[in-house]
Design a protein around this ligand. Structure first.
Ligand code: SF4
Length: 63
């Protein structure tokens, strides 16, 4: 799994950080998403997939 984000779409809602804190964080200054692990291990794939589905801005892309 590869994780990428479109930071210009991100509205800083933080859903991804709540669901998959191992993989997502937010910038302190504006809340825009940061990817901590672009190739996360299998045990977090389900939560990363859920984060992508929950993101209100559809800013998370998985491949
Ligand atoms: S859930 Fe989406 S909009 Fe919210 S911080 Fe994460 S990437 Fe950004």
């Amino acid at each position: 799994m590869r994780v990428s984000v479109e930071t210009d779409k991100c509205c800083g809602a933080g859903q991804c950080v709540l669901v998959a804190p191992e993989v997502f964080d937010q910038r302190d200054e504006d809340g825009v998403v940061i990817v901590l692990d672009e190739a996360p291990p299998a045990e977090v794939h389900a939560s990363v997939t859920e984060a992508a589905q929950l993101c209100p801005a559809a800013a998370i892309a998985l491949s």
